[in-house]
Design a protein around this ligand. Structure first.
Ligand code: IPD
Ligand code: CA
Ligand code: CA
Length: 276
């Protein structure tokens, strides 16, 4: 398949923008009005009518504008009859726990993978009214103004963010040692509760780096493009090429990438030693 033209990427960006803005209105309307909050399977993994209604709105737009593309949506799974080179990854409400508790840190995230590579991404935060957009080769913007990653070069001068997956009660691969060690080494590690916004905030330079495990493609597809187009770097924890399906990524401004790879590797031995 040929790489889509600039014009085609811009059309996809506009479709994703229409989708996130429409879903964003639904999240604003339902804010503080939730009647039903359910657990999806794992303890703490919530779903609300806001997730479902926002997802339906996004699906309606994609089905109308790109009916032959495949869709992977958090609440509906994989949709689309035919195999396609185009896969839209949708998180209709990224930060459901925050939203359900009335903590206003959530977003709608819509990314487009073309032949498995994230090439278009749009994230909308209805609380701050911030629209992050990016497309391969076209740069990244926040509310239509170009953004770029921070210039911090030292871990001890950096502010990071991470998260903890819903399987944390079932595995030893919890991210707890990494969280402790990086808190020790840096000016702080935030746990904001919305992976897409974590990536967007590294992209616009508010944060210097982000790592997390247990993520799904809908959490990260849009943020990956936006961060890369803002000059950031994304790899696996050990610096090798990112495999989206692994659910594990390290995203930084580029400058602190190598230091963070080392720190992630040192975290568990450090913690064991610290508590001896
Ligand atoms: C979650 C958030 C959170 C991350 C979790 C995700 P959800 O998504 O992005 O920051 O730590 O791993 O599952 O459930 O709010 O869409
Ligand atoms: Ca999510
Ligand atoms: Ca979600």
């Amino acid at each position: 398949m040929q790489q889509p033209s600039q014009n085609e990427l811009e059309i996809f960006l506009d479709i994703a923008t229409e989708a996130v803005m429409t879903a964003g209105v639904i999240l604003e309307d339902l804010w503080g009005q939730l009647e039903k909050i359910e657990e999806k399977g794992r303890p703490g993994d919530l779903v609300t009518e806001a997730d479902k209604k926002a997802e339906t709105a996004v699906l309606n737009i994609l089905n109308r504008r790109v009916p032959h593309h495949q869709i992977l949506a958090e609440e509906s799974g994989l949709l689309g009859m035919e195999k396609s080179d185009f896969l839209w990854a949708i998180d209709p409400l990224d930060g459901t726990t925050n939203y359900a508790h009335g903590y206003p840190v959530s977003a709608v995230s819509v990314g487009l993978l073309i032949e498995g590579i994230p090439q278009v991404g749009v994230i909308y935060d209805p609380f701050r009214q911030e629209l992050f957009r990016g497309a391969k080769g076209l740069g990244a913007t926040l509310n239509y103004r170009p953004i770029q990653v921070s210039s911090t070069t030292q871990l001890n001068q950096s502010l990071l963010v991470t998260g903890f997956a819903y399987d944390r009660r079932e595995t030893k691969d919890t991210n707890y040692p990494e969280f402790c060690y990086l808190t020790h080494l840096t000016q702080g590690v935030r746990r904001a509760g919305s992976a897409s916004l974590d990536l967007a905030n590294v992209a616009c330079g508010r944060l210097d780096g982000y790592w997390e495990r247990g993520l799904s493609p809908w959490d990260i597809a849009a943020g990956i493009v936006i961060l890369q187009e803002a000059g950031g770097k994304i790899t696996a924890y050990d610096g090798s090429a990112l495999i989206i399906e692994s659910g594990r990524l390290l995203a930084t401004n580029g400058n602190i990438h190598q230091s963070l790879i080392l720190a992630l590797d040192e975290a568990l031995p450090w913690l064991k030693n610290f508590y001896l």
